[in-house]
Design a protein around this ligand. Structure first.
Ligand SMILES: [Fe+2]
Ligand SMILES: [Fe+2]
Length: 134
């Protein structure tokens, strides 16, 4: 958890430009790791629903609440605020990918990208997502 918090801080410190590059970098790492095109697509789209108005405190609070009070996190993720949409960006991202015609596999990978990985695909996406952070 603290690794994730440190990474989040590094992302924020690097600024919005780093966020904009994150999807491309995730996809690029997946290509290097030998992922097929669907998995690369999942890498490209995985954070597509992260609100552009996400602020530093959303990211920090999201990590801390997930660790300390996961039930509270689930409650907070139900609204329509930036924080709620940030907390639930995996689910919203999966819905957006579905609307754009993504396959079930891509949709499922996006939906689960903040849950513990349970397949080789999910582990590869998690690794690339992690390595794509500054
Ligand atoms: Fe994400
Ligand atoms: Fe990500």
């Amino acid at each position: 958890m603290f690794d994730r918090a440190r990474q989040t801080l590094r992302v924020v410190a690097a600024g919005a430009a780093a966020d904009a590059r994150h999807a491309e970098r995730t996809a690029e790492i997946l290509r290097v790791l030998g992922a097929d095109e669907e998995l690369v697509t999942a890498g490209l789209l995985h954070d597509i629903a992260k609100p552009p108005t996400t602020q530093l405190w959303h990211r920090i609070a999201g990590v801390l609440i997930a660790r300390i009070a996961p039930r509270v996190r689930r409650e907070l993720a139900r609204g329509n605020s930036t924080f709620a949409r940030y907390l639930d960006h995996a689910r919203f991202g999966a819905e957006e990918a579905r609307r754009r015609g993504a396959s079930d596999r891509v949709v499922s990978l996006i939906a689960g990208h903040h849950s513990p990985p349970r397949s080789d695909d999910a582990r590869l996406l998690a690794r690339a997502d992690h390595e794509a952070l500054p």
